[in-house]
Design a protein around this ligand. Structure first.
Ligand SMILES: Nc1ncnc2c1ncn2[C@@H]1O[C@H](COP(=O)(O)OP(=O)(O)O)[C@@H](O)[C@H]1O
Ligand SMILES: CC(C)(COP(=O)(O)O)[C@@H](O)C(=O)NCCC(=O)O
Length: 333
């Protein structure tokens, strides 16, 4: 098995003094087959029908992929969760604090629009809940923290939906610090892809889970945006582990356009869908709309804001064709 570091494009280049600067890789690199062996004897407790229910439109994830990639990942994450719970208890003892209940372990899941973050997050949620250290796993997506369309329109940000400035960062930070503080019933705002807007007054309650998976395109953003003129922490300061789902830009482009064209046959037909007007236009016109959304919003965001956060992830899952993961890069400790 090759766990000797080889340079990959998400590695950082740390030049040494002198001309022959050497590559230092902060990651171990594995092929999917090498990675699969780390599942050891972890049993697969998810059935094919359950996996089918968890996958997003157009994501062909199947039982073999869960066995190949996600069992090892859930096993690794479970060791991190157990270690962090142990450390938390030991620190409390060290500080002679009462043995208060543990704080939730937070996992960030980042990557482009249409790369398949939701499927990964949902599969991980189910698998992690089957480990003894983490029976309660919650999943929250960051779209609920976008500013409402009325605000985005007023601020001329509709063409920048999903860019860092389109989120209420203060609200995200307040949410995550309440979770870490072990507060009960913390409210997470909700978003609807159907109406293409946040749902006013609708919340998901997060009640002291063992693990919170926090999924969204910009969760690894490292630029601290000032909130109310104050310097604040960055979102990933709250993460105990982070995952970046990666794929070639051109591949993600194809997935985005294909998904848009499929949504025309399904979700867009709902009269309440924001995109309902695109259900009736010609195939070529719809294709042009999808290309425009990709080119003008999602690709720009991917290049300017999302890819630059990739080297901050603890693990990078890189997909090839058909959404199947081909390589895994795991940060060295
Ligand atoms: N316009 C839309 N209408 C209905 N569902 C959508 C729409 N756009 C995206 N979705 C769904 O929303 C979820 C999140 O999509 P996205 O943010 O692109 O992330 P990802 O593809 O990485 O999970 C996916 O399950 C996707 O199928
Ligand atoms: C809602 C999104 C910004 C994703 O949000 P996330 O949950 O990752 O925070 C994205 O799906 C989106 O709608 N982008 C805007 C351009 C478009 O319509 O594709």
């Amino acid at each position: 098995m090759n766990i000797v570091s080889t340079p990959e494009k998400h590695d950082v280049d740390i030049p040494e003094s002198g001309v022959n600067a050497e590559y230092y890789s902060p990651y171990h690199h594995f092929t999917a087959e090498e990675w699969a062996k780390f599942r050891a004897d972890t049993p697969l407790t998810l059935k094919a029908e359950e996996i089918a229910r968890l996958r997003s439109l157009d994501d062909p994830i199947n039982i073999d992929e869960v066995r190949r990639i996600y069992l090892s990942l859930s096993r690794l994450l479970s060791t991190h969760v157990e270690a962090s719970q142990r450390l938390y208890r030991q620190r409390n003892r060290f500080l002679t604090l009462p043995d208060v209940s543990k704080t939730p372990f937070i996992i960030g899941v980042a990557g482009s629009v249409a790369v398949g973050k939701s499927t990964t997050a949902r599969v991980l949620k189910e698998l992690l809940a089957r480990w003894p250290a983490s029976p309660k796993v919650d999943l929250i997506t960051t779209d609920g923290f976008l500013y409402p369309n009325a605000v985005l329109q007023r601020e001329n940000l509709m063409q920048r939906k999903g860019f860092p400035e389109s989120y209420d960062i203060g609200q995200i930070l307040r949410f995550l610090s309440a979770i870490k503080a072990g507060e009960k019933n913390v409210k997470a705002p909700r978003y609807s892809h159907l109406t293409y807007d946040v749902l006013p007054g609708e919340y998901t309650l997060v009640d002291r889970p063992d693990i919170l998976i926090f999924e969204g395109i910009n969760v690894l953003q490292s630029r601290a945006l000032p909130v109310d003129g104050k310097i604040v922490p960055i979102v990933s300061d709250f993460f105990d582990f982070s995952i970046y789902i990666d794929a070639d830009e051109e591949q993600i482009h194809q997935w985005y356009v294909q998904r848009f064209m499929k949504l025309r046959q399904t979700a867009f037909r709902e009269p309440t869908s924001f995109f309902n007007k695109y259900a009736a236009i010609s195939e070529a016109e719809a294709m042009a709309v999808a290309e425009g959304l990709w080119e003008n919003i999602n690709l720009k965001n991917l290049r300017q804001n999302i890819i630059p956060t990739r080297p901050r992830a603890d693990i990078i899952l890189r997909k090839g064709r058909d959404h199947f993961i081909e390589t895994v890069a795991l940060r060295k400790l």
